[in-house]
Ligand binder design. Sequence first.
Ligand code: FLV
Length: 406
Amino acid sequence: MTTTTTNDPDTPQVHFWAVPDLTGLDFDPLLAKLLHEDPVTRVRLPHGEGHAWLVTRYEDVKFVSVDPRFSRQAVWGRSITRVAPHFIPMEGAVGFADPPDHTRMRRVVARAFSARALRSLRDHAQDVMDRLLDRVEEHGAPADLMELVNRPFPLAMVSELMGVPEGDQPLMAHWSDTIISAGAGREASETAKAEMGRYFTELIGRNHGTGKETLAAVLADAVDDDTLTEHEAVGLAVLIQIGGAHAVRNNSANMVYALLTHPEHLARLRAEPELVPQAVDELLRYIPHRNAVGLSRIALEDVEVGGVTIPSGDPVYVSYLTANRDPAVFPDPERLDFDRAYNPHVAFGHGPHYCPGSALARIESEILVDTLWTRFPNLRLAVPEDQLRWQRGALIRGPETLPVTW
Ligand code: FLV
C-alpha cells in the first residue's frame, strides 16, 4: 500500500492499490482506511493507465451511482486503471450503457423477473436444492459444499431462467469463471467472452418465435420487435448468466462460511427460522463481496462529490463495500447483527445499474441457509478454519472449497 503525494494541496494523493488476495471475510485494510480518512480520493490499480477517483462513503456512493453526469458509456475504449486486465461486459452491453438506452435494455430483462416468474423460480430452487442435498447425503462426509452445492445451485437456477440446457452448464461455469477473474489473463478472458457471445447468439437465434418464457426467448422476441439489437441481447445474456452463476456461488458460499464460523448467529437462526430473510440481508451487507472495485464511470462535467471537485473526463469508482460499513448509516458496522432494524445496504449496487437479479439471488440464499441446516443439523467445517483456501486473483471473493462434515 504505497502512496504518492502531489504538490497541489487541493488534489488528493494517489494511493497505489495493490489489491491483496484476502482471506475469509477480512476487509481490505486500504478500503477501511480510506472510508475513515480520505473518503473522496484517487487510486491507481494494477492494470490500465493513470488514476481514478474512489468514493467510499454511503451518501457519496449513492450520489455518484444515480447522477447522470457520471457515464458508463464514456468508459468504453479508454484504458482506465482497473483491477483486471480486461473489461467484463462486451462492447455496447448493458453495463456500458446509460439511460435512455440502458432503460430500454433493462425493461426487457424485468419481464423475466416478474412476481409470477419469481414464484415459480422459488419452487424450482427448492426442488434443485433438495436434489443437491440428496447427493451430498449419498456422497457422505466429508463433502465439499462448493463442488456439490454452491456451484451447481445458482448455475442451475440461472440456466433455468435463461433456457440454457443442462448439458451446457459446465461450459457456462468455465466461461463465467474465466471472464470474472483478474488472474486468468487478458487473452483467456477475452476468448471466453467471445465464445460465450457466440453461444448466446446461437441460443437466442434458436428461440425466435418459440413463445417460451425463458430469458433467451424473451430476448429473441425483443430483437424481433426491434426493442434490442441482437448484439445488445447477447450482451445482456452474457452478463446475466455470468453474474447469476459466479456471484451467487461465491456470495452464498461466504454466507455458509460466515454461519459456520459464527455459531451463536447460526443457533439463533435455527431457533428462529423466520429471521432468515433479515439474516440474509445482513450477511449481504456484512460480506465483502469483491476485491477492489468493479466498473468505473466518467465525469461528463466537473462535479462536486463530498466537498471535492471531480474534474470533467476523470474516471470515478464507488465502493459498495465501504458504503455498507459506513458508521453514519450502520451503527457498529463491523458487527454482524441479525437484529439490525434499518439495513438499507447497497450490496446489489444502486441506481440504474442495480443488480436485476437481486430477488433471485435473495431467494437462492434464503433457501440455501434454511435448507442446509434443516437437512444437516450438525453441519460443521471438516477442517480447521485456517486451512481453508480462498480464491486468488478473484474479482468476486469466495472459498476454493468448503469441506464440511455432519
Ligand atoms: O467483478 C466485476 C464485474 C462483475 C460482473 O458480474 C459484471 C461486471 O461488469 C463486472 C465488471 O465490470 C468489473 C468487475 O470487477
